[in-house]
Design a binder for this molecule. Structure first.
Ligand code: ADP
Ligand code: MG
Length: 530
């Protein structure tokens, strides 16, 4: 028995595969299909999910942790009192990074799943849920680098899960899609969630899902659309009343903006009511500028505030999505068997599949239809924006060998030639996973190996992923790298006189076992309200 977990920026979701091979959603303790990825902590106990969201509205303070996935990949825990901006979350006197907070969310997901699976008699009733190592596949955005994947795995392990795989979210969505729809299709999965955006092109066959290319953005999602509305609320209230909304009302404004955004997916206009210092203000938001803009647009106090047309304000955000879609298409060379070697075009796709809650905004499909010149289905039978990723993750646990993903970012080592330093890639972006490569270099004695991730040859434009002191004698060194199916890296160095050594990188990233044990103790010691 294993579960699939969509660990989302905004919402998380769990699924399992039934005996007949069908993926099913595991409901939360609150009886819902998804859990908000929000943690609230009052100094004694943590609330996770719906309850944390409810708490933050009544007692916000500093104890709310949300959208933490955007920070994943930063260091985890530092001793109390250490002012590390990368570990900004404090719970019970300890500071956590995003993986620590994610582990608390995962703990709640695991607890709900184990309880439900026990009730369904899918696992033995006597099993103690805290001790039980539940196998899990966890999803990550396709653009996540190797460190972010490691951190996600770490969060899973600390939550008491046995992480059997990490799968890219759009790939998982494609698996759900492939199951419900006719196979043998080339598809683009456009996954716009709450905090992240991913676009992936896959070839689906009866037996396999093969990723051809992927692009993404770690800070582009529904939250940015919320902020457009929030900014307008602040501006307009100030213009109307001459007063500023107090900081303490921040979460309320956030909530009102979110509700208005959701309304604008169904209706052409929405009203935000807000009370500032006893003054009632109502703001009218429009989805788009009406063709016959005229008296329709007269608002009370008009002139003082700009009109709000959601789709116009969101143009920059949509452009960012569009550019990434075009970039992923241009990066895929269609094989000879499809009729010649050339970059892919929209016409080569059989379907554009929407995933992620933000695709409910009509402007998303509209933009895609405009650039692709094809119809985008808003609703695909049996495919749900919110649960497709978790179901795909559960399926992946069964069919790992049938899925082939790609290297998210090139990985290489820093080398020097003619006094010039540059990054020599070993594993190249978009190469099929698992990927491995070996290169030989001439090394000075006791050379230091610097491992970088990124698409540039300049170290400054890449991310440093690790450092290894080789303890070698002068001579040839063979560096081998392997990224497994989950996109997790192993590096070996074969150098005189020691022969082959598994790289033990001297940085926190690779001390996985120790870090997992200490984080797990912390996370398990937090009281979890239910
Ligand atoms: P993530 O994977 O990042 O957790 P989800 O795929 O669950 O995100 O999508 C969450 C985002 O979808 C949020 O920003 C939420 O506001 C947005 N969303 C959900 N429903 C709607 C809707 N009806 N209209 C517009 N946006 C929506
Ligand atoms: Mg998602």
């Amino acid at each position: 028995m294993h579960i699939g977990i969509d660990l989302g920026t905004t919402y998380s979701c769990c699924a399992y595969v039934d005996d007949d091979g069908t993926p099913r959603i595991i409901p939360t303790a609150e009886g819902e299909t998804t859990t908000p990825s929000v943690v609230w902590f009052d100094g004694c106990a943590a609330e996770v999910g719906r309850r944390a969201n409810a708490r933050k509205l009544v007692s916000p303070a500093l104890h709310v942790y949300e959208f933490i996935k955007r920070d994943i990949g930063k260091p985890i825990e530092v001793p109390n009192g250490c002012d590390d901006p990368a570990a900004p979350y404090e719970i019970g006197g300890f500071r956590y990074g995003a993986a620590g907070i994610s582990a608390i969310v995962l703990r709640k997901l695991k607890r709900d799943a184990v309880r439900w699976l026990k009730r369904q008699k899918k696992i033995e009733a006597e099993i103690d849920e805290r001790q039980f190592q539940l196998d899990a596949v966890i999803t990550v955005p396709a653009y996540f680098g190797e460190k972010e994947r490691q951190e996600t795995k770490l969060a899973g392990c600390a939550a008491g899960l046995n992480v059997i795989g990490i799968i890219n979210e759009p790939t998982a969505a494609a698996l759900s899609y492939g199951l419900m729809n006719h196979p043998n299709a080339r598809i683009m999965v456009f996954d716009l969630g709450g905090g992240t955006f991913d676009v992936t092109i896959l070839e689906m066959t009866e037996n396999d899902a093969i990723v051809l290319g992927s692009r993404g953005h770690g800070a582009l999602g529904g939250r940015d659309w919320d902020q457009l509305i929030e900014e307008y609320i602040y501006e307009a209230v100030h213009a109307r009343t001459g007063r500023s909304i107090p900081e303490s009302a921040g979460f309320e404004v956030q909530q009102r903006a979110l509700e208005a955004k959701h309304s604008l997916s169904d209706a052409h206009e929405a009203t935000v009511f807000i009370n500032v210092d006893g003054i009632d203000v109502d703001l009218r938001l429009m989805r788009e500028r009406p063709a016959d803009a005229g008296s329709e647009l007269e608002m009370e106090g008009a002139g003082a505030t700009q009109d709000f047309y959601f789709e116009e304000r969101a143009l920059d955000l949509l452009t960012q999505c569009r550019v990434l879609c075009q970039s992923v298409l241009a990066g895929v060379t269609i094989p000879q068997s499809w009729g010649g070697s050339r970059p892919m075009t929209w016409a080569d796709l059989d379907e554009i599949v929407l995933a992620g809650g933000s695709c409910r905004m009509p402007m998303v499909a509209k933009m895609l239809e405009k650039i692709s010149g094809r119809t985008v289905r808003r609703h695909i039978e049996g495919f749900d924006y919110d649960t497709a990723v978790a179901m795909g993750a559960a399926l992946y646990g069964r069919h790992r060998s049938r899925v082939q993903d790609v290297v998210a970012h090139s990985i290489g080592v820093k080398v020097e030639q003619n006094d010039r330093q540059f990054i020599e890639p070993l594993l190249v972006k978009d190469a099929p996973l698992p990927a491995s490569a070996e290169k030989r270099f001439r090394a000075r004695p006791n050379a230091v190996l610097w491992i970088y991730e990124g698409e540039s040859t300049l170290a400054d434009e890449c991310v440093l992923r690790g450092r290894l002191e080789l303890e070698n004698q002068e001579g040839n060194v063979a560096i081998a790298m392997r990224l497994d199916d989950s996109g997790i890296l192993t590096v070996t160095a074969d150098c005189p006189p020691n022969g082959k050594q598994l790289v033990e990188l001297r940085n926190e990233l690779f001390a996985f076992g120790t870090r997992c044990t200490s984080l797990r103790e912390r996370v398990q010691s937090i009281a979890l309200n239910s």
